[in-house]
Design a binder for this molecule. Structure first.
Ligand SMILES: Nc1ncnc2c1ncn2[C@@H]1O[C@H](COP(=O)(O)OP(=O)(O)OP(=O)(O)O)[C@@H](O)[C@H]1O
Ligand SMILES: [Mg+2]
Length: 401
């Protein structure tokens, strides 16, 4: 037993214990339980991915682990230091790249790095050496003297990664490292992340909305929703757990979908039937309403909705979500053989199938299985999230800690 514990101490660089964050007091009608007592560990040298819908609690978790935010209860040990009792020691071991760009566009790349290095108390000689070294790693040496306002989105992201590495951390937290970047730039960032991990042995914890990113980069994937961990394993194992092929069926309308879904609920070999929320359904999320703290953080939108009315609205919206969906995700054993029978059922019911696809489970199917939402809908939601952020910034809002 002692051996196992010692072994864990060496191999686990992060151990999270009952970590909880609640925004707002009990009496606050807008209280949000963003992270609900989560437990997990990250192995040394691992790339560990946090996958989850908007508002799932990813950023809140990362902010607590990087000591930017106090936990309501629970703690985490990072490289043998406690985030609550020894935040200074923790900070020495970690680097952080925020979800939102935080470089100063009026400075050059070098100046941005220098400012950060000064904040870390590095002397002039060390600063120069490390800035050169880090800019080299992210292929920005030739842009060091260029103003950041002339950088592309991908270059800004790489600069932020380089900046997060100046103090030689063992662990790097990347909150949505490739959000909003085109596929090609995204791939180049992936190469840099892999290099940092494989050549420099840095443990990486990242959050993402992109399935292919998690699949490509992460040794293990943790799916988080409503502040709780709902799945944690390698991508391969998560897919294998779905047991069966995935059939995605799109119907002419929601009525047809419900009729068909009711009919097949006892069909042999079916392991799961999920409604895939479409964008309209997701757009009606109560978290986008006035008075509720927005997903991704920040103060509530102006105006306050009484608790009772909020609850009614939530119920109404959940109902509307069910009424909107026209897509069904079915996990079924030997799916190929079952298709003719499923089509026959649809014909007998006189419901119209718009499209039908079958495939081996992908990470997206895993996501739908656990969260009941498609990542495409998430992207739609992300846009609303962005619009809210723009409104807030115009109104002078900022992040609460
Ligand atoms: N400072 C804050 N004050 C109040 N509520 C907050 C604050 N920060 C986050 N929240 C709420 O906590 C929940 C989790 O937010 P968080 O930013 O951790 O989600 P996320 O998984 O990172 O989402 P996204 O994918 O949009 O970045 C959300 O309901 C959000 O509105
Ligand atoms: Mg976030």
């Amino acid at each position: 037993m002692t051996d196992i514990l010692d072994e864990n101490k060496i191999t686990n660089i992060i151990e999270v214990k009952n970590l909880t964050k609640t925004f707002g007091a009990d009496s606050d009608p807008m209280k949000v339980e963003a992270v609900k007592g989560i437990n997990f560990s990250v192995k040394k040298g691992e790339i560990f991915g946090f996958l989850g819908p908007n508002g799932a609690g990813k950023t809140t978790t990362l902010n607590m682990l990087s000591t930017l935010l106090f936990s309501t209860s629970g703690t985490a040990i990072i490289n043998n230091s406690d985030i609550i009792k020894e935040p200074d020691l923790v900070r020495k071991n970690i680097g952080m790249v925020f979800q939102e760009t935080s470089v100063d566009i009026d400075l050059t790349g070098w100046e941005n790095m220098e400012l950060h290095a000064i904040m870390y108390g590095l002397d002039k000689k060390t600063r120069t050496k490390r800035i050169k070294e880090m800019l080299e790693i992210v292929d920005l040496s030739d842009k060091a003297k260029t103003l950041v306002q002339n950088y592309s989105g991908g270059m800004k992201r790489r600069l932020e990664i380089a900046r997060g590495l100046l103090h030689y951390p063992n662990c790097l937290f990347l909150d949505e490292p490739t959000i909003g970047l085109d596929p090609q730039t995204r791939r180049s960032i992936w190469d840099h992340i892999k290099k940092l991990n494989q050549e420099y042995g840095i443990t990486i914890i990242l959050t993402t909305h992109y399935m292919e990113e998690a699949d490509e980069l992460c040794d293990r994937i943790c799916i988080i929703d409503h502040g709780e961990i709902i799945a944690l394993d390698t991508s391969e194992n998560l897919k294998a757990k779905l047991k069966g092929d995935t059939i995605l069926m799109e119907f002419e309308n929601n009525k047809d979908l419900i009729k068909f879904k009711d009919k097949i609920k006892d069909f042999p070999g079916i392991n799961a039937i999920k409604l895939v929320m479409d964008r309209n359904g997701i757009a009606l999320n109560p978290q986008n309403m006035p008075g509720h703290p927005p997903m991704g953080g920040g103060p509530p939108m102006p105006g306050k909705i009484p608790k009772k009315m909020m609850k009614q609205m939530q119920q109404m919206m959940m109902k509307m979500k069910d009424q909107h969906s026209t897509k069904l995700n079915i996990t079924i054993e030997n799916g190929g053989e079952k298709i003719p029978e499923l089509i026959k059922i649809a014909n007998d019911l006189e419901v119209k199938i718009k499209s039908l696809t079958i495939k081996q489970p992908s990470l997206e199917d895993v996501f739908i299985h656990y969260t009941g939402r498609s990542i495409r809908a998430e992207e739609g939601e992300g846009r609303i999230h962005l619009i809210r952020k723009i409104i807030q910034s115009r109104m002078g809002g900022g992040r609460r800690h």
